[in-house]
Design a protein around this ligand. Structure first.
Ligand code: G4P
Length: 531
């Protein structure tokens, strides 16, 4: 296949949501539509149980299984749709943030009753930072939810993005009759059906036609007409360019569990979503159409078998064509490496592939040569940008319980950090290791893996930090002054960047006031950060 053809065909995206809004259900229904799975339930089994608070072995097991479904690909409407799975568990939010660097667009699932939730806001912040095009799917319309216009206002106000409904619900909960497709002028009538796909669409080109009253009843028909009038008055007409620029999010309504509204979503997605996009490097922008191969590692997954320390690195291809058994340049190590067994993750099974194109994600067996963020290319000396670290939320000091095993501990903790399990900050004096995570689970994962894979014993001592901020300043004098006065709260991250560990939000704002010429970055990706 020619590169241009392959690029045009691919649509690589992620589905994101606050836990329980319906991400897994929607993923599964999309796969059903795409023919990638035959029965409902196939994806669900791979889900990390949200109820598990400390049963992390179970979670590790589930994560292992989820490697197989990390990328789910299917063909639909002439497109190759690649869905990149993101973990639902909030303690793995960092994994999700990184996966978002490898997608070209996202579908955000919202529960119609709960509206915008905590996790939704955080995920959208990442999308906004990267200007990722977003489509919103408002789910669970078969249940009583928020008043539709209120919900849309809430989306605009809390997510800081304009919205544009492309379908419109007729009633909700018990009164839910279906959705009107504003974009294609069709009426899709709701039937509760968890296993079958309903594709019966009644074409209603004129919303004032009496046929509408006959089908849905006079009152709902009139309500729909009134609401559509408001929609046209309040929201700008859909503009694909604005969507692609990440400024406007088209909105769809449906009920994933009932297969309802999913087809409209998928059809429109295939029509409007972006084909693989290029990525910025520290040298220049790389276009997908560039002849030479390049890609970056956005996720590393440890092998579940502790006796084999090999891992799988997930590589997103940005440009050119990747070929099996061809030497490529590992830029950070300045080393040529070839891959005899690159795998695709399609359709539950891993299979060896010979070639892959921009937008594809492949798995590379790794014995410790990759770190998250690494670039592979054909020799030019550039590195992809944009795999930011965010401030962890929980900080604990790692204490070595067996001084004879300090080498093992050192090696183990470095490798786990390369996999992105947590962030490590080194504090002086004494090389103290502060481990930062977004969830408590990671600490269990780290101690367990250090013990079982590296034979090292450790314990964690909670630290009262509120946030880690990356520090930069052009005013060197002020920077020195800051370092002197805050020496107890400073640390270095894995790349030797200076980090301020603020104990409270009050102390952070005091520091910001006292040192106005210092910038306190909330992510490690300074250049992409929105101010
Ligand atoms: P998540 O991945 O975002 O965490 O959500 P998931 O798909 O697991 O959905 C969370 C719950 O919401 C599930 O119920 C699921 O069946 C339900 N759900 C999804 N879509 C709809 C919908 O359109 N309408 C209604 N009423 N419910 C929906 P559960 O009880 O947690 O699991 P299960 O016992 O149904 O499997």
């Amino acid at each position: 296949m020619k590169n241009a053809e392959a690029i045009e065909k691919r649509r690589t995206f992620g589905i994101i949501s606050h836990p329980d809004a319906g991400k897994t259900t929607l993923t599964e229904k999309l796969l059903l539509f795409g023919g990638a799975i035959q029965t409902a339930g196939a994806v669900k089994n791979n889900k990390i149980k949200k109820t598990a608070t400390s049963d992390f072995m179970e979670i590790e097991k589930q994560r292992g299984i989820s490697v197989a479904t990390s990328v789910m690909a299917f063909e639909y409407a002439g497109k190759q749709v690649n869905i990149l799975d993101t973990p639902g568990h909030k303690d793995f939010a960092e994994d999700t943030f990184r996966t978002l660097t490898a997608v070209d667009s996202v579908i955000l699932v919202i529960d119609s009753a709960n509206g915008v939730e905590d996790q939704t806001k955080k995920l959208m912040e990442v999308c906004r930072m990267r200007k990722t095009p977003v489509i919103i799917f408002i789910n669970k319309m078969d249940r009583e939810g928020k008043y539709t216009f209120d919900l849309l206002d809430e989306l605009e106000n809390t997510l800081d993005i304009k919205v544009r409904p492309l379908t419109w619900p007729i009633g909700m909960g018990d009164r839910f009759k279906g959705v009107y497709n504003i974009y294609q002028k069709g009426l899709n009538l709701f039937q509760a059906n968890k296993t079958k796909i309903s594709t019966d669409v009644v074409e209603i080109s004129d919303i004032n036609s009496p046929e509408l009253d006959e089908i849905v009843g006079e009152h709902p028909a009139n309500e729909l007409r009134e609401e559509l009038e408001i929609v046209e008055g309040v929201y700008d007409a859909f503009n694909r360019e604005a969507y692609l620029a990440g400024d406007v999010a088209p909105v769809f309504f449906g009920s994933a569990v009932n297969n309802f509204g999913v087809k409209e979503l998928l059809d429109t997605f295939c029509e409007i979503s972006p084909s693989p996009r290029g990525r910025e490097t520290d040298l220049r922008f790389i276009n997908p159409s560039d002849d030479k191969f390049s890609g970056f590692v956005f996720k590393i997954h440890a092998n579940l078998d502790p006796k084999h320390r090999d891992r799988i690195a997930f590589l997103r291809i940005v440009s050119g064509k990747f070929e099996r058994n061809t030497f490529y340049n590992h830029v950070r190590l300045d080393k040529k490496i070839k891959f005899p067994n690159p795998t695709s993750f399609m359709a539950q099974d891993k299979s060896v592939i010979d070639e892959a194109f921009p937008g594809d994600v492949i798995g590379l067996y790794d014995t410790g040569t990759f770190k998250i963020g690494d670039t592979l290319n054909e020799g030019e000396n550039f590195m992809f940008k944009g795999i930011p670290s965010f401030s962890p939320e929980i900080f604990q000091e790692l204490e070595n319980l067996d001084p004879l095993k300090s080498k093992q501990l050192e090696k183990g903790i470095r490798q786990l950090m390369d996999e992105g399990v947590a962030q490590l900050f080194i504090q002086q004096p004494g090389n103290r290791k502060i481990v930062g995570t977004v969830g408590q689970l990671q600490f269990e994962v780290i101690s367990y893996r250090l013990e079982h894979e590296y034979g090292a014993n450790c314990r964690f001592i909670p630290k009262n930090y509120h946030k880690a901020c990356w520090i930069t300043s052009d005013n060197l004098e002020q920077l020195e002054q800051f370092k002197r006065s805050k020496s107890n709260s400073l640390a270095k991250d894995k790349d030797d960047n200076l980090v301020f560990l603020a104990e409270t939000s009050f102390l952070l704002s005091m520091a910001e006031q006292d040192f106005p010429e210092i910038t306190f970055h909330k992510t490690s990706e300074f250049k992409l950060e929105r101010v």
